[in-house]
Design a binder for this molecule. Structure first.
Ligand code: 99T
Length: 201
């Protein structure tokens, strides 16, 4: 298998952390790339018509996207404890993972607004709208932080990658001050080898 990824992508980081945590890293060749909504990337477009990464290229020529699907697929390939349980815990966990993904998506749209659009095209209302989603997601993650303890699961990985993305692209947002439970969670989680090895730079 091959994973098309970018070091800056929190979505790809989720997959890379999951692969490391489940012992699958050795079976995945990592292919580093760069993507922007305004630039064609033929290799990515061929594998994913949406032109987004991560994309997992399977040995039979098929590809899998997006990060949620790839994570769920990889979770079927290892023998260890599953990161996406099949029982009653599944739905709250998936909702928490979706909240973390949504935080990343809103932050990414704000990032693109600032980094990709010309200054005269940028919309303050758009930026404020996306950052409002980030703020509300943080508040809800803080409220649900008790769910982040226990055996490793996909929600923990997603939340850690979302918070890491804020630190990477939005260092000016001091999310730790108002979210002490998330701060404590991240302080511990970010020390895992899988997180240290995938920290964006
Ligand atoms: O939107 C584009 O055309 C290119 N952007 C991407 O491919 C981003 C890279 S993060 N990935 C996604 O939006 C994937 C979202 C999808 N739902 C998933 O995989 O879960 C780049 C971050 C940065 O550079 O700051």
């Amino acid at each position: 298998m091959q994973l098309i990824y970018a070091a800056a992508s929190p979505f790809a980081r989720k997959v890379r952390v999951l692969a490391a945590e489940t012992g699958l890293l050795a079976s995945i060749e990592m292919i580093d790339t760069t993507v922007l909504p305004t630039t064609l990337n033929e290799r990515v477009n061929l594998a994913n018509p949406l032109g987004k990464i991560p994309v997992l290229l399977l040995d039979d020529g098929e590809s899998l996207y997006d990060s949620r699907v790839i994570c769920e697929y990889l979770d079927t390939l290892h023998q260890g404890p599953k990161l996406l349980p099949g029982d009653g815990e599944r739905w709250p966990l998936l909702r928490l993972a979706a909240l973390a993904d949504g935080l990343m998506e809103a932050a990414l749209l704000a990032r693109y607004e600032k980094a990709v659009r010309e200054p005269q095209q940028q919309s303050q209302a758009w930026l404020e709208g996306q950052l409002g989603k980030v703020r509300r997601a943080l508040a809800e993650l803080e409220r649900q932080s008790a769910q982040l303890h226990g055996l490793l699961d996909l929600a923990q990985i997603g939340v850690a990658c979302a918070l890491g993305y804020l630190d990477f692209r939005f260092a000016e947002i001091d999310w730790r001050a108002a979210h002490p439970a998330l701060r404590d969670f991240q302080q511990t989680f970010a020390q895992r080898d899988s997180m240290l090895a995938t920290a964006p730079s």
